[in-house]
Write a protein that binds this ligand. Structure first.
Ligand code: ADP
Length: 272
């Protein structure tokens, strides 16, 4: 709504005047509401795997005399524990992004290194699902920011591209420079299932999934894209999606460029 919440502070100023300070509380309230929602959602999301774990543990106890069943349930406990650990990891990552000014110590970061590290980390899952990842040529762009956060963002996009694609398809990741805008675009392109148009505006919300059952099967937490968005905006950039069901998806992170080779005779990336 367009209403503005004001906090009024009244201080006496001598005998005849008072000073009235009006402070806009709308933003503070909005942030507080987001935080409250997050806590409610986190509790809800944690209850599911914890509940599953305790049920499975009970079942193992009852199946004690049947080694085959015990092994099967142990495997499922392992799966649930892995999912729980991924969820806790992402919740911590996201709350860290929400509370600290992550970029207080922004440093020059070689985007080519970020991409190849993200690809290395995503490769195990890709190989397991028989999906090839193609890494494009590196134009040698440097951005200002936090290397680890940038790797996490690109890796989250790659993990999604792999998770929501079929075996035998390809995922491509590459960088292109928009010199006139001073921007660099990192695009992750897949040939996967795609995303319906009506779901696209909600993708970057915490815990939003297009298909919760599918996301659960892939070990998804619903937090990956909200982390990507946080990282992009903390770096002064943004993230966009293009997708068509059945034709695949392209996620693009846009970042302000610090250095492009050839732009500056004293370019830091010039190795000649
Ligand atoms: P999750 O952990 O469920 O993957 P994300 O925040 O990373 O959560 O993504 C939110 C939802 O967006 C996913 O559950 C999935 O439905 C959809 N999605 C994300 N990336 C893709 C993609 N490359 N192709 C198809 N759907 C995707």
């Amino acid at each position: 709504s367009g209403t503005v919440a004001l906090a009024l502070r009244v201080a006496p100023l001598g005998e005849t005047h008072v000073l009235v300070l009006a402070e806009d509380r709308t933003e503070a309230r909005r942030v507080e509401a987001i935080r409250r929602d997050f806590v409610v959602n986190v509790s809800h999301e944690l209850k599911t795997p914890v509940g599953a774990l305790s049920l499975l543990a009970e079942t193992v106890e009852e199946a004690a005399g049947d080694p085959v069943a015990v092994r099967r349930f142990a495997g499922r406990i392992q799966t649930e524990a892995t999912r729980l650990s991924a969820l806790v990891h992402e919740i911590i990552e996201l709350s860290r992004l929400q509370v600290v000014d992550a970029l207080r110590e922004a440093e020059p970061v070689d985007l080519g290194e970020v991409l190849s590290e993200a690809v290395d980390r995503a490769r195990t899952k890709a190989v397991a699902r028989e999906i090839a990842i193609d890494l494009g040529a590196d134009p040698g762009v440097v951005v200002l920011g936090d290397r680890d956060l940038l790797v996490t963002a690109v890796r989250n996009l790659l993990d999604n591209a792999v998770a929501y694609s079929d075996a035998g398809t390809r995922v491509a990741v590459g960088t292109s420079v928009r010199r006139e805008q001073g921007l660099v675009e990192v695009a992750v392109v897949d040939q996967g299932m795609g995303i319906p148009a009506e779901a696209q505006p909600r993708l970057f919300e915490r815990f939003y999934r297009v298909d919760p059952a599918r996301s659960r099967d892939t070990g998804g937490t619903g937090l990956g894209l909200s982390i990507v968005k946080h990282v992009a905006t903390d770096h002064g950039g943004d993230v966009a999606v293009w997708s068509e069901p059945g034709r695949g998806s392209t996620f693009t992170i846009r970042l302000p460029v610090a250095h492009v080779p050839g732009d500056d005779p004293q370019d830091v990336t010039d190795t000649s």
